[in-house]
Ligand binder design. Structure first.
Ligand code: ADP
Length: 190
């Protein structure tokens, strides 16, 4: 199985690259942000609780997202592999993911981090906010909170994979195709 963690701050381009990767490698795309937004759209209890936190730019609790990922792994028993996008976002989530995959005799192949500086991120997110209608992209204060959450809770996740020699970072600035080809070069070495 090819199990890829796509890593990077909000606005780094994980969603865009995931779409291209699932086509090329026939992987199942698991974006915790997308799953949460779909819970909100369906008006579930979980969605209602997550919405308040997401609209403030805060992370939702680990137990919630871990349970969501566990369900998705169970409901795709024949997958060739998965792209994890926006997950794991804390070290506790990374540990839980390893345990979940182990029960399926599988493991993470590697993490690929998209490097983009903060100025570029804020520009991209504000632009996306105008087009996507995502409330968390439209408000500069919420964008700022997401970057703060990322720097404090999510950056340590990179070290978790570095310690396992599963970490590669690539330049996230360039054309979509240039970045896609850099990611492909890394995957070919897994
Ligand atoms: P982005 O990476 O652009 O901020 P996402 O769509 O990945 O957007 O996530 C949107 C929001 O959903 C996050 O700000 C957070 O509130 C919540 N969220 C998504 N994934 C997780 C996760 N793994 N753990 C906790 N909260 C999450």
């Amino acid at each position: 199985m090819l199990n890829l963690v796509l890593f990077g701050p909000p606005g780094a381009g994980k969603g865009t690259q995931s779409q291209k990767l699932i086509d090329k490698y026939q992987l199942v795309h698991l974006s915790t942000g997308d799953i949460l937004r779909s819970e909100i759209a369906q008006g579930t209890t979980l969605g209602g609780e997550a919405k308040k936190l997401m609209n403030q730019g805060m992370l939702v609790p680990d137990e919630v997202v871990i349970r969501m990922i566990s369900n998705k792994l169970d409901s795709n028993p024949n997958a060739k592999g998965f792209i994890f996008d926006g997950f794991p976002r804390t070290v506790a989530q990374a540990e839980a993911l390893d345990e979940l995959l182990e029960t399926k005799s599988s493991s993470i192949s590697g993490m690929i981090a998209l490097e983009v500086n903060d100025d570029e991120l804020e520009k991209r997110l504000l632009m996306r906010g105008k087009q996507s209608g995502r409330p968390d992209d439209a408000n500069p204060e919420v964008i700022h909170n997401r970057i703060v959450e990322y720097n404090s809770k999510t950056t340590p996740v990179a070290n978790y994979y570095k310690e396992q020699n599963k970490f590669t970072s690539i330049n996230g600035i360039g054309t979509i195709d240039e970045i896609f080809s850099s990611i492909g070069n890394v995957i070919d070495q897994f």
